[in-house]
Ligand binder design. Sequence first.
Ligand SMILES: Cc1ncc(COP(=O)(O)O)c(C=O)c1O
Length: 404
Amino acid sequence: MFQINDNYQKLPGSYLFSTIAKKVAAYTEANPDRKLIRLGIGDVTQPLAPAIIEAMHKAVDEMAAAETFRGYAPDLGYEFLRNAIAENDYKARGCDIGADEIFVSDGAKSDSANIQEIFAQDNRIAVCDPVYPVYVDSNVMAGRTGTYNPDTQMWSDVIYMPCTKENGFVPDFPKEAPDMIYLCLPNNPTGTTVTKAQLQAWVDYANKVGAVIIYDGAYEAYISESDVAHTIYECEGARTCAIELKSFSKNAGFTGVRLGYAVVPKELKCGEVSLHGMWARRHGTKFNGAPYIIQRAGEAVYSDAGKAQLKDQVAYYMKNATAIKEGLQAAGYEVFGGVNAPYIWLKTPGHMTSWEFFDYLLAQANVVGTPGSGFGPSGEGYFRLTAFGSYENTLAALERIKSL
Ligand SMILES: Cc1ncc(COP(=O)(O)O)c(C=O)c1O
């Protein structure tokens, strides 16, 4: 008789967003006349930029002729895309990352879930709390997290680094040295980030204790402050301790198109073993490449027209972020984030729990947000709103919240 991977049985409850979807569906069924405004899930709403659409059309036409048709993509991704990434995301920022250190993928969710595979089973992971749930859940599935305590909502073998208003949402170095440190900056869900100097301290710490940093830069395009690093490789010593994951979802609206990449520097080694070689082996065996059409779309992100159009798109969402932040502050809420990220993290009023505030907002304002406790125990008492809606809906939602 076959046996299952028992680790899956350890995963608690349903995924946060399924719980939200169920609650929203129940409310809609009971109140069919109410128009809900959704500022919950972090999905974009603006259409793909014209430069991207144009590149995709051209690539589709290429697929229609034998001379220009493409089959399987090269293992690491097409050179035209990896060169554009190396040039624009790294060299232009003074960072020494070669095109052959970039692995094109179908997005940062799969990369952030898969990367743990190349590390030992008994490695200790450290995560910020609250956190993007994929980092912990993928390690649960791999059997690396010990046992779950439903009372504390914590895993026995995970090191949690609380990020709350008390520490300015900047994690302290853990008491016990971790082997793998997940950092997502600018952060989902808190919408906050750290300065380049604070990130440098993390790089120094990782190099000192011999840990690897898995650095998720999915929201890099939203950075507006000058003392914030756009990539971890702006920090000295990051080439020996950090893997960076990037996504085209939030900077270019590729949530449904699917494209991302991982950077594994060649100096990143465990003894004599290069992680670059391991990830190349893993990628070659388990992934058959992002589609040619989509990689051409990704290339267009770095064209002059693409850059200008996407700058406007990011500015559109950040206008929403500013409106939410300032509107809520004026209404007396304590609000964080929204300056270098499209997320607003607010303290729930009147000591409501995160889920109590979710229910209250849904029923009284018909606005859907995300309970902070769904991202980890330190998210209790907080609530996330996203700036990814339309400007009109964002303003309408704010009016409803203000009038509560
Ligand atoms: C922190 C973080 N990483 C990764 C992702 C997923 O990125 P992708 O769409 O490239 O899989 C998200 C999506 O919300 C995210 O918030």
